[in-house]
Design a protein around this ligand. Structure first.
Ligand SMILES: [Zn+2]
Ligand SMILES: [Zn+2]
Length: 182
């Protein structure tokens, strides 16, 4: 991956955010879920999280999902520009939670949604600029709609998590072959 570690971290955050909407239960159904997300992804500078924050982040999740799964590059660019146009962005250097010095993009006083829009939006912008959009994938397992970033050198990853979906699909393929053979 031609991206710095903080870009990779922000991409993992946007993947986590989108995937909260891909499970059986909405992973961002309540304010407490958003508080847990903020803790889990170490989203810094966030104060008290409100219902309004939750609604904003839920809406942002849909926008990021649309960028991630856009059918082509021009569509992804248009969608991401729409999102970035209304996002205040102020680069500043930070060191926190044991992470080495990295660049933050969210403006001072940002809400959680603005913070995520700025930092994850810039990370996705770099993916598009570097022509790496084909690394933004949706899991190939038929019953799974999780997204992931394919960081493999030969861009060969097709399942969201090789330990769960990948294994599950391999077992299914193995059983199917056995059925055909018998
Ligand atoms: Zn940070
Ligand atoms: Zn999957």
């Amino acid at each position: 991956m031609p991206f710095s570690h903080d870009m990779v971290y922000s991409l993992a955050t946007v993947v986590d955010l989108i995937n909260t909407g891909a499970g059986e239960r909405d992973g961002l159904a309540e304010v407490g879920d958003l508080e847990e997300f903020v803790r889990r992804r170490e989203v810094s500078g966030v104060g008290v999280v409100t219902r309004r924050d939750l609604a904003e982040v839920q809406a942002l999740r849909e926008e990021f999902h649309a960028v991630f799964t856009a059918p082509d590059q021009p569509t992804a660019v248009t969608l991401l520009n729409t999102l970035l146009q209304r996002t205040r962005i102020t680069p500043h250097l930070a060191e926190h939670d044991g992470h080495p010095l990295h660049v933050h993009y969210f403006a001072p006083g940002s809400s959680v949604a603005e913070h995520l829009a700025a930092d994850c939006g810039v990370a996705l912008a770099h993916v598009l600029v570097e022509n790496e959009r084909d690394r933004l994938r949706t899991c190939a397992a038929p019953d799974c709609s999780h997204v992931f970033v394919d960081e493999s050198r030969n861009r060969s990853r097709v399942y969201c998590d090789s330990r769960t979906c990948g294994n599950r699909m391999h077992v299914a393929a193995y059983r199917a072959r056995r059925r055909d053979a018998s």
